[in-house]
Design a protein around this ligand. Sequence first.
Ligand code: AHR
Length: 503
Amino acid sequence: MSAHLTIDPHFTVGTIDRRVFGGFVEHLGRHVYDGIYEPGHETADAEGFRQDVIELVKELGVSTIRYPGGNFVSGFRWEDSVGPKEERPRRLDLAWHSTETNEIGLHEFSSWLEKVGSELMLAVNLGTRGTLEALDLLEYTNIAGGTALSQRRIDNGRTDAFGVKMWCLGNEMDGPWQLGHRSASDYGKIASQTAKAMRQLDPSIQLVACGSSSAHMPTFGEWERVVLTHTYDDVDYISCHAYYEEKNGDLDSFLASAVDMDRFIETVVATADHVKAVVGSEKTIDISFDEWNVWYIDRYHGVDKIEGIDNWPVAPRLLEDVYSVVDAVVFGNLMISLLKHADRVTSASLAQLVNVIAPIMTEPGGPAWRQTTFFPFAITSRLAKGVALEVKLESPTHTTEVYGVVPQVDAVATHDAEAGESAVFLVNRSRTEAITVTIDVSALGAVQLRSADTLADDDVYAKNTLEAPERVAPAANASAAVEAGTLTIELPPVSWTAVSLGA
Ligand code: AHR
């Protein structure tokens, strides 16, 4: 079987915003405690942060990190997480039925972000709190000094303002599971009021309104329309969240999950542009895809979920999905989908980073290792620079139960004119057939193949685990060659590939 692409630097989709390679750290399970923070660990630094994890997060190449939730934020009092550690209260976290010790809070997390080289994106609680608490937090983080709350920050050891630029106005407020779940118009009103107030305090911030927590919510579409009607002038982004999993053994549909992400993005863009026309605005709202991943959510509901009035563990093992090759192929395809929409998806956060549906796993007192999904993220973040290019794709198709007829190959290219570098990211969604792809790269001029790496395995369910942490890794694809303006490469069944080209 064969497929064909044409790459031309003139076919620009949009500039790739580095924020698309963002992550997400929620106070959930063993993400913070026993994940990034384990004071007794042999690699722990003076602040108790695991340096082996810091190195892996750096290797992953994560830009902005959303914090501290997620569902957690809707019950969170930010004041609990600052000040002397011994005075910080232990609180019930109703979202995950756990105990939050508040040992790690805003100051400690910011210090960790400096070590990993990432930027902070904060979420305010619009579930059980409101505008005043959001303003208080913004004053604490962004006002240099001379006020009660900025002075409190200084007294707590941080002289300079944190200068947080990107803010989420709550989390998944369309979800009935959310503390403080609201209707679209109730949420739209409080989001607009809070956004206006926050901008009055700091006009330089960028604000994200909550979109739908999935494209399959019953309120999807109408939720975006109503929320944006209330907030259009006050916010910069509308969020999207999407998680995918293999259901009922339907691997073909699972492998085509990015088709759903494409449609999701395009529907939200159309809705945002519809509101733009109705309100007569000059401004364009972008998407912050601030939760995306593969997540076996049924496992959480069926096995992991904690219950009981006397049962509120600290840092329990929750959402510790172990990812396979096929999960990583779908994951890599989701990144292709984000890049294909680089004109409107200008921020995204992989949910999440360590232990909790994460590319990095740790064992207390033991090693840290890369899950299969680590590789597509790290390689895409490293190679996808400059602008995203539309590829003219001709691919064989097959029929899936959930998404109908889909192309077997999906791809996107990127081009950094200044550095003279290009990259192509491809997936083969066929379970059985290798596909030879010919790519017309003549419009790029004289290019050389720098590298071609493919993630595939005879066992598509192979995983990296504590016992075998390096079982799965990408390998050089020896079939790749550039000759007379054509790049040829063979994609094995169920595979993800990244090709790097240089002048
Ligand atoms: O990432 C796990 C959870 O998924 C988040 O807390 C929530 O926002 C979403 O439902």
